[in-house]
Design a protein around this ligand. Sequence first.
Ligand code: ADP
Length: 322
Amino acid sequence: MAGPPRVVVVGSANIDLVVTAPSLPGPGETVLGRDLASIAGGKGANQAIAAARAGARCTFVGAVGSDAFGGTLRDQLAASGVDVSLLRVADGATGVALIVVDGVGENAIVVSPGANATLTALTDADRAAIGAADVLLCQLETPIEAVTEAARTARDAGTRVMLNAAPARDLPDDLVDAVDLLVVNQVEAAAMTSELPAGVDSSDYPADADSADVTALVDELLLDFPRVVLTRGAAGCWLGVREGDEGVRHVPAPVVDAVDTTAAGDAFSGAFAVAWGEGRDLVDAARWASAAGAVSVLALGASPAIPARELIDERYRATYRD
Ligand code: ADP
């Protein structure tokens, strides 16, 4: 392959406005917080940043608003090495997540989708970039029409389609049929299969839990998707391939002292797309992505905690020696 892999991410972009305060305000209450941080966020932007830092030539297809936040977001994406030439500017507000974090790490969040809601169709330039890419990476925080169009465009052009089905929602058949690899966490997998009650938090599952239920979930998802990766935080991930007789394989995560698990899934998906685009096999890609996810939980915040390639490589080599 000539040069680094080309990854196109189609998805959401928000500005996360984060304030730390001694406690979360109740109804009608005002609390005094610390200084405001304005940080790039949204699953699409986070995964584009993750892919770029992991070494891809990454182009982001998304929408920001015509307000000042839109410019901040564009600058932060570009500073992480993401190609923002296909980023649209829609009249009106940028997507914003208002986040209050208290002294024990509990948070309260309000999301205003803003310009993300305008990402309903692709342009010719978007389609050309997707057709020229090695991997298309999508999530479900933007209108499903454009996600579906992107996936179908990729499939017709021979570009691999990776879907991180987060947050969980019903998927049109056209989208399901175009996906080469599905990435979900346990909560999303449960919602998509109804095998476990929706709303169950993956942190409720101990790291040493019997993996029989997880294997059953992956097997059920393999009825609809040819390749499935199910992530379970510190317990690692489970990988299943429909065409193959290896069964569902467990890839343990590196053991780390987690500080903040926000965006671990985004670091994982972005790095996975890069490794897969480099032509590495799926188990190896899952290991490398697990190293990226594990490093991301060592620092506070979402996009600022997403690791660069050297840090991923270091953790990967230290963890998976065979
Ligand atoms: P999401 O953020 O989408 O819920 P997960 O929490 O399952 O995703 O994390 C994705 C991946 O990141 C995991 O499969 C694992 O490889 C890595 N990871 C997440 N949390 C930890 C942790 N506490 N220790 C080590 N690795 C982790």
